[in-house]
Write a protein that binds this ligand. Structure first.
Ligand SMILES: *Cc1c(COP(=O)(O)O)cnc(C)c1O
Length: 428
């Protein structure tokens, strides 16, 4: 197999630009490279032979940045911690959805986030982040990152965010040491939004000394329904475990952005050893073929589920982007930034933890499990599960109440999902 980047399947037919969903089956791979196999084989190998010692030398010069890449030259395959055909093809396809120049896949969403943070931050730097965050990210940023001499400041997702972020920066008079802004939007589990354009502008204002990187965790709506790079983000990060993998059977992550920035992340990935493996890469290639089908169906189902919950007498409040109304200060951000409301629905059941637990224990079709974005619908209790590490006194501020239940809606028949929710609510 000899992959020549310039000889890829075309992205255009004349003036007609092909959509990502049409390119997921073949882009970046040619059957003649592998005995006519229509699917890219799994290159289950740790290392790759060089045709000559001179070739090996040239590959290492590029891999270790010892000299500039010549115009006609591409980095050859060396060792699967650095690169592998399945992972390179996956990266090329993944980048299409966000119209990114480059992508780097990782062993998990956390590996992608940690590798990015340790690429761009050094002792003395400040990291500004939205909250609430995914539990693992929250722990990494607030418990581990400060141990490396990096100051970490949070601001709330939602309408109060921009002013709170300005205040946090001004109070500490550390504006010129800001190194990164990390944003998760919509926030988990409340679906509060962060205005990406606003924080792109803030990053730009603080970039006189050096570039402040705006990284957006786009796991909840991306890669179909929100494209942070279009709003000025520098990097998009995914837990590919969720919608991208979509079948609750792999753990993986990705970082997307400009060639220059993603190459920096890739460099760190090589030395931390946080790339993923060929088998996972192959499974994700398969997942990408049905990504649009799955996510489109999941959004449609979620809308019906949210509508049902909103009228149910045992439900106090539904947090769903599809229900955001014009009088909500977040409405304008939603209309500008999001293409669809996604498949995550959170709601407060009338009562508290006891009622939430009774409901969760009564579900028959929907599984009681954390994670999200898979073909099967899942339900969980953020306060005691995904967000258990958020101190109890901080939970209400982040909208995490004892009555809150989070649903990830799958591809089942919507009437079946509603029937299950209905019978579980009746049991409360
Ligand atoms: C799951 C998740 C992560 C972490 O991803 P892993 O693949 O589990 O490491 C990060 N951010 C968000 C928003 C997530 O949902």
């Amino acid at each position: 197999m000899v992959r020549k980047k310039k000889e890829y399947t075309p992205r255009e037919l004349g003036d007609h630009r092909l959509r990502p969903e049409s390119l997921m089956m073949g882009y970046g791979y040619r059957p003649e490279w592998s005995e006519g196999a229509i699917k890219c084989p799994i290159f289950q190998t740790s290392t790759f032979t060089f045709k000559s010692a001179e070739e090996g030398k040239a590959f290492f010069e590029l891999a270790y940045g010892l000299r500039e890449q010549r115009p006609t030259e591409t980095l050859g395959l060396i060792y699967s911690r650095l690169n592998n055909p399945d992972l390179e093809i996956l990266e090329d396809r993944l980048a299409l959805w966000d119209d990114a120049e480059s992508a780097a896949v990782h062993a998990s969403g956390m590996a992608a986030i940690a590798t990015t943070v340790f690429t761009f931050l050094r002792p003395g730097d400040v990291l500004l982040h939205s909250e609430p965050l995914y539990g693992g990210t929250e722990y990494l940023l607030t418990q581990m990152v400060p141990q490396f001499g990096i100051e970490v400041l949070g601001f709330p997702a939602g309408a109060a965010g921009p002013a709170a972020a300005e205040r946090a920066l001004a109070e500490r008079k550390i504006a010129d040491t800001l190194g990164m802004i990390f944003v998760e939007t919509p926030a988990n589990p409340t679906n509060d939004l962060v205005d990406i354009s606003h924080f792109a502008e803030l990053a730009r204002q603080h970039s006189s000394r050096r570039k402040v990187v705006l990284a957006v965790d786009n796991t909840f709506l991306g890669p179909l329904f929100q494209h942070p790079l279009k709003f000025g983000a520098d990097l998009v990060i995914y837990s590919a475990t969720k919608f991208i993998g979509g079948h609750s059977d792999v753990i993986a992550g990705a970082v997307l952005g400009s060639e220059g920035l993603v190459n920096k992340v890739r460099w760190t990935r090589t030395f931390l050893g946080t790339a993923t493996d060929p088998w996972t890469g192959w499974l994700l290639l398969r997942s990408l073929e049905t990504l649009k089908l799955r996510m489109t169906c999941q959004v449609k189902n979620a809308q019906q589920v949210a509508d049902f919950l909103a009228t149910h007498p045992k439900v106090d409040r539904v947090h769903y982007l599809g229900h955001i109304t014009e009088d909500n200060p977040q409405y304008e951000v939603y209309r500008r930034q999001c293409i669809a409301p996604g498949a995550m629905v959170a709601f407060e059941i009338r009562g508290g933890e006891a009622e939430a637990f009774r409901f969760l224990n009564a579900l028959k079709l929907i599984h009681l499990a954390v994670s999200l974005g898979g073909t099967e619908s899942l339900a969980e209790h953020p306060a005691t599960m995904t967000h258990a590490d958020v101190p109890v006194e901080d939970q209400p501020r982040m909208g995490i109440t004892p009555a809150l239940v989070r649903l990830s809606i799958g591809v089942e028949h919507p009437d079946d999902l509603i029937a299950d929710l209905d019978q579980a609510l009746a049991a409360v």
